[in-house]
Ligand binder design. Structure first.
Ligand code: PMP
Length: 385
């Protein structure tokens, strides 16, 4: 048993208590097999069913068309920085017979790291947008982005929700910016399953599991199937394109139903339980409504006291998941955190690179928890403004 916490940590994040209770039981005895879910072969029928059910849940929740496939890999969001570059470049070589380059929109710390990793691995990277000049407090409008080199670019990479800086895209680049044949890749580690998305518009959607959907240890990939075609190793070598480590090779992992090597099946099982619960609770539309409500009441409460709470991110770039705000002094920030903790409101300290506060209001954070936080935001302001 545990009390329902009001926990706003940025990740690993809060998970539904009933999911964890079930998972805890399944860890020592899964479906009365007298064995725990983590003790069975990753190639057994039981494990395959866990993987298949989880995939099916994602397909249902996000309305994933037949043109796209879901798979899971280890390596986290950071592993995806590497896997995306290797695999999409190998696909581009297959499509065009040449070495391509990649376009990256740098809108915060995570997309910056992704761009740096692609470069580090030996790929040509074009930074087409960069929010660094204004500390990533807004996502530059597409009209200000550098044009993509349509004849040589394999993909455009964006981070849909920047967890540290608290900004989020409110639209995706359409044909007026994105040339045909350049695949859209989105890191959705901190907002997957929080809102509806039109999967058909993406070449690839990637997300670490440990914020909105489960435990660390698995990364969710939703890929356009045509992107699984890749130039052979010999062709890649001839073009001077680095080869992907086998564990990160999309076609290999997909051909083996996400179990080419040992999949952390307990982590996958948690994904299954979380997605199952989401379906039972009314699906993405319902969740999106709740998430929008949570973000709205929190931002509105903070906006009411502009002399005390500063919201660095411009209104139309604000994240629905990670609400970043600062107070005028470190003393006030400490007092805010201490007062919050007294009311069992925890996990609110901002990322060390940005400072201030960050309330992460992922899917599992209840409306009641956000309402409690809102009440405290108001109470603190009335006393200290
Ligand atoms: N992308 C985003 C948007 C993130 O928030 C994070 C941090 N969890 C990462 C990538 C890196 O993820 P990981 O720690 O799983 O490598």
């Amino acid at each position: 048993q545990r009390e329902e916490a009001n926990y706003f940590g940025a990740g690993p994040a809060f998970l539904p208590t009933d999911v964890l209770r079930q998972a805890a039981y399944d860890l020592f005895n899964f479906e009365n097999a007298n064995l725990g879910i983590g003790e069975i072969s990753h190639r057994s029928k039981t494990a395959m069913k866990v993987i298949d059910d989880t995939k099916a849940n994602f397909k249902e929740l996000l309305n994933i068309p037949d043109t796209h496939e879901v798979f899971f890999m280890q390596g986290g969001g950071t592993g995806a920085f590497s896997s995306v570059a290797y695999n999409l470049m190998a696909n581009y070589a297959k499509r065009t017979g040449k070495k391509g380059k990649a376009a990256y929109a740098v809108t915060g710390g995570w997309s910056k790291k992704a761009a740096e990793e692609a470069q580090r691995l030996g790929f040509d990277v074009d930074i087409v947008a960069n929010g660094k000049a204004n500390n990533f407090t807004s996502i530059p409008p597409y009209s200000e982005w550098k044009a993509i080199d349509a004849d040589n670019t394999a993909y455009l990479y964006v981070c849909d929700n920047e967890t540290v800086h608290g900004n989020e895209f409110n639209s995706i680049p359409g044909p007026e910016y994105l040339p045909e044949g350049v695949e859209l890749v989105a890191d959705t580690s901190s907002n997957i399953l929080s809102k509806k998305v039109d999967v058909s518009k993406y070449g690839l959607i990637v997300a670490g599991a440990q914020k909105n959907v489960g435990l660390a240890g698995l990364t969710i990939y939703i890929i356009k199937k045509s992107l699984l075609e890749q130039a052979s190793d010999d062709e890649l070598r001839a073009l001077n394109i680095p080869l992907s480590p086998i564990a990160l090779s999309f076609p290999v992992v997909v051909a083996n139903n996400s179990a080419y090597n040992t999949i952390p099946i307990f982590t996958c099982h948690i994904l299954r339980l979380v997605t199952q619960k989401l379906i039972e609770d009314g699906g993405i539309e319902k969740k999106q409504e709740q998430n929008e409500y949570k973000a709205k009441i929190l931002y509105e409460a903070l906006e009411k006291y502009p002399s005390l709470y500063k919201l660095p991110v411009e209104k139309n770039s604000r994240s629905h998941m990670n609400v970043v705000f600062t107070l005028p002094s470190e003393d006030l920030e400490s007092a805010f955190l201490a007062g919050a903790a007294e009311r069992d409101l925890t996990g609110l300290k901002g990322h060390r690179s940005v400072g201030g506060m960050r309330a992460s209001i992922y899917n599992a954070v209840a409306i009641e928890s956000v309402e409690k936080l809102v009440a405290f935001v108001i109470e603190f302001a009335e006393k200290n403004q």
